[in-house]
Design a protein around this ligand. Structure first.
Ligand SMILES: [Zn+2]
Ligand SMILES: [Zn+2]
Length: 799
């Protein structure tokens, strides 16, 4: 080696030493950082998020020599792409208490063939596990002659299990025990359930699979067994057990096998099986399944076995609690991605739900001025939503229809053979080849004449049924007609605004207790419930409130402005009662949609994806539509179509617009409310106009122009009665004369001839000429026919 190289070598060693002194290296290098549970609380003044963390080495074991101070120097946290500055968070070492996150589910299986002194030691070792876990996390079971039920262990009841550790066994159903405890983490029956040798009244513990379903990567099975006694021959075997654990479509625990070998050697099949389930491989690809790699440990000394057990438990524990305060003005309303850095390198990621779009977090105190400002803005939003809906209904839709009409029926005139000359019925001039004409009906007209005649055929209404084009009626845009056509939309938006104001003032969810109770029906929790279950409770509480408010107020206004009934006290009570019924239906729909679908469909265990809330909104919308048709003129189809469409648009606005995360966290919910209410109202009017066939139009008096849809009754084979009493479908509350009978006329459809009929029950003028009364037979009704009841003239219109 020449001199130069030697000097470089010395320099290199020197630099390395220097670096080593300046940056002490860890005996174990940090390879991964895991996030445990997250914690945050609702309420004014709560604005910090807490995570539990653990730092792992390359073998996936916890780094024993990393301390809180090291985190200060090396750790970094990125939230949704933004680095949280080091001085924003604090970190604490966890030394005692519940260091195993509450969403872990731990099943401990003990072989009763282990010598007595060993079992007593296991009893004590498991006690430390029970003490560092949440109550309801740990389940204990035994095997020997038979496999016992898994029972939940708490700090309180653990001593009751002592005598079970004292029991002995004659035989050893090893495969039954293994198989039944593995399958307990998954829902339903499995292929070989019939082969297991279990105690009488054996039952899989539902709690285990319900918990496991919620937190798929947080399930552990500890098996204590020994090698002294050879297992019984069973139909279940190595292949059946390991194949099950190698299935990726199931929820399976990570297995730790603790084998006490008293010196008689190890049964080969048993060892192979234990290794198979502790290091499972995908049955198809044969690759190791990450997150299911446990450990197989054996020793001829029970103390060593227990040390290994403690080490395994410690590996699952979280060592640090990291807390940080939310930046001013930052709002959370759902999924947030976190990345843990070590020396600037990403070492672990996790996604958590923080807040919900329905109930953004944190809740900040509001001054009176900012509250007033908020409600003023909300008023403006509602007002502009009304304008938007009017624009859609009165400008956009007619424009689209008009365009479609023009494209289809405006044509250049081409003279047909054997037609010598065509005269425009409007201007009486001859139509020249190449003139632009309207070809909708047989009365070919110039386009300019058509437009001059208000977009219709000159014969329309007399000899022509089809010659009319929808168009924007600018003249009538700000008229009473517009107001009448958009009444339900405007009322829907007003009802939504009122609902939203109550929702906002009451804290965006006032059913926390009921929601907890409801969620607990499906998922037992122990007070310090799991993160995702807390999110679910919050969500369900908001859902219940939304269901109650929107259900009640929307139903109330739609009923208030539906139909033609005298506004008596009894009628008012009736619609209030029906609206209360709607609100109960709305709550039930949201509760079911929220809990069952939200949690059972949710494929993740740390956050609730957006699409899990979607079924709740759809279910709500369908149920509200169903409740609206009870005792009203509202047909199901129009309520359903409009309800679904507006629920979907509202949902998209709620979940996908980013307004929430900015200045006004309440804005998305407000938009969702008014869009749903307005959309439902708009559809009740528009879809009804489009889809319905039979109407009565009032031709004179104060109700002149009123279109009463009678489609629903006529279609159902029912009848429409017009008269003065409450029992009539059309109660002529506006009629001041005393010429109207209690039941004056009846309309119905003759099913054999599918012909609309009018049956007079009291003197009625028909088509201004015929005087009918109760002695007359029913007369057929045709489009355009009129009849006079009292002083009111009705026209029968078929679309
Ligand atoms: Zn003309
Ligand atoms: Zn015509």
């Amino acid at each position: 080696m020449d001199k130069k190289k030697k000097i470089i070598g010395i320099k290199a060693i020197f630099i390395c030493l220097l670096l080593g002194w300046a940056f002490p290296t860890f005996a174990q290098t940090v390879d991964a950082i895991r996030f445990g549970d997250k914690q945050y609380e609702y309420g004014v003044g709560n604005d910090s998020i807490k995570f539990f963390l653990k730092v792992l080495d390359a073998n996936g074991k916890r780094c024993n020599d990393v301390y809180a101070t090291d985190l200060r120097n090396h750790f970094g946290l990125v939230e949704d792409g933004d680095t949280i500055k080091n001085d924003k968070w604090t970190v604490k070492t966890l030394t005692e208490g519940q260091r195993i996150p509450s969403d872990f589910t731990i099943s401990v299986l003990v072989d009763l063939n282990i010598p007595q002194s060993g079992k007593s030691d296991i009893y004590e070792a498991v006690q430390t596990l029970v003490e560092s876990a949440h109550d309801s996390c740990v389940f204990l079971s035994f095997f020997g002659d038979r496999v016992s039920n898994s029972r939940m262990v708490t700090k309180e009841n653990y001593k009751d299990f002592y005598h079970q550790f004292q029991e002995t066994a004659e035989s050893k159903f090893f495969y039954s025990a293994l198989y039944s405890k593995l399958t307990e983490f998954n829902f339903g029956n499995t292929e070989f359930d019939g082969l297991v040798k279990v105690q009488d009244n054996y039952k899989k513990d539902d709690e285990i699979f319900l918990r496991a379903q919620k937190a798929r990567d947080r399930n552990l099975l500890f098996i204590f067994t020994e090698g002294n006694k050879i297992p019984e021959f069973e139909e279940l075997n190595f292949i059946k057990v390991t194949d099950y654990q190698g299935r990726t479509d199931i929820v399976a625990p990570k297995v730790y096998a603790l084998f006490y070998d008293a010196g008689n050697g190890i049964d080969e099949d048993m060892e192979r099986t234990l290794k198979g389930v502790t290091y499972p491989r995908d049955v198809f690809s044969h690759n190791p399944i990450p997150n299911r790699q446990g450990e197989y440990m054996s020793s001829n000394n029970i103390k060593t076995v227990l040390q290994q057990f403690e080490q395994a438990v410690r590996n699952e524990m979280y060592d640090f609690a990291l807390t940080y305060q939310v930046a001013e003005g930052k709002n959370y309303s759902g999924k947030v991605d976190f990345t843990a850095l070590w020396d600037g390198e990403a070492k672990g990621t996790e996604t958590f739900s923080i807040g919900t779009p329905e109930r953004p977090w944190p809740i900040r105190p509001e001054t009176a001025i900012s509250s007033v400002k908020k409600f003023l803005i909300a008023l403006m939003v509602a007002f502009f939503t009304i304008l938007l809906f009017i624009a859609i209904m009165k400008i956009f839709i007619p424009w689209i229809k008009s365009k479609a009409f023009s494209m289809k029926y405006y044509k250049k005139y081409k003279p047909m053979e054997n037609v010598r000359m065509m005269i425009c019925p409007m201007c009486r001039f001859e139509i020249q080849p190449g003139d632009k004409v309207v070809t909708r009906c047989r009365h070919i007209m110039h386009v300019r004449c058509w437009k001059a005649n208000e977009y219709k055929c000159v014969e329309y209404g007399q000899n022509c049924k089809d010659g009319i084009q929808d168009h924007i009626q600018w003249r009538f845009l700000f008229s009473k007609e517009t107001l009448r056509d958009c009444l339900l939309t405007i009322m829907g938006i007003c009802a939504s605004l009122v609902s939203w104001i109550i929702y906002e003032i009451s804290g965006r969810g006032f059913f926390d207790g009921l929601a907890t109770g409801f969620v607990n029906l499906f998922f037992k929790t122990d007070g310090q419930s799991m993160g995702i279950i807390n999110d679910c409770i919050t969500l369900v509480s908001s859902f219940l409130s939304i269901g109650l408010l929107l259900g009640f107020f929307l139903s109330f206004v739609f009923r208030l402005f539906d139909g033609v009934k005298r506004r008596s006290f009894g009628w008012f009570l009736e619609i209030t009662g029906l609206s209360l019924l709607s609100s109960v239906i709305g709550m039930a729909a949201f509760a079911l949609g929220g809990v069952i679908l939200c949690l059972w469909v949710s494929p993740t265990d740390t956050f609730i994806p957006w699409y899990c809330s979607f079924p709740a909104y759809l279910l709500f919308s369908v149920c509200i539509s169903l409740s609206l048709i009870i005792k009203s003129t509202i047909p199901f189809k129009s309520a359903l179509l409009g309800g679904l469409a507006s629920a979907i648009i509202g949902f998209i606005v709620l979940y996908f617009s980013s307004i929430t995360s900015k200045r006004w966290p309440w804005m998305n919910m407000l938009l969702d409310f008014v869009i749903y209410g307005g959309g439902l109202g708009a559809s009740l009017t528009t879809v009804r106009m489009l889809a319905e066939k039979y109407f009565l139009v009032v031709k004179n008096g104060i109700r002149s122009g009123l279109r009463i849809p009678i489609h629903k009754w006529m279609n159902a084979g029912n009848k429409v009665t017009i008269g003065m009493t409450q029992q009539c479908e059309i109660q002529m509350a506006w009629e001041k004369s005393n010429k109207v009978a209690k039941e004056h006329v009846q309309l119905y459809v003759n099913q054999n001839r599918s012909q609309a009929m009018l049956r007079p029950l009291a003197p009625t003028t028909f088509n201004t000429r015929a005087e009918l009364d109760a002695s007359n037979k029913p007369v057929p009704l045709f489009n355009g026919d009129t009849f006079k009841v009292g002083d009111t003239i009705f026209q029968y219109v078929e679309n």
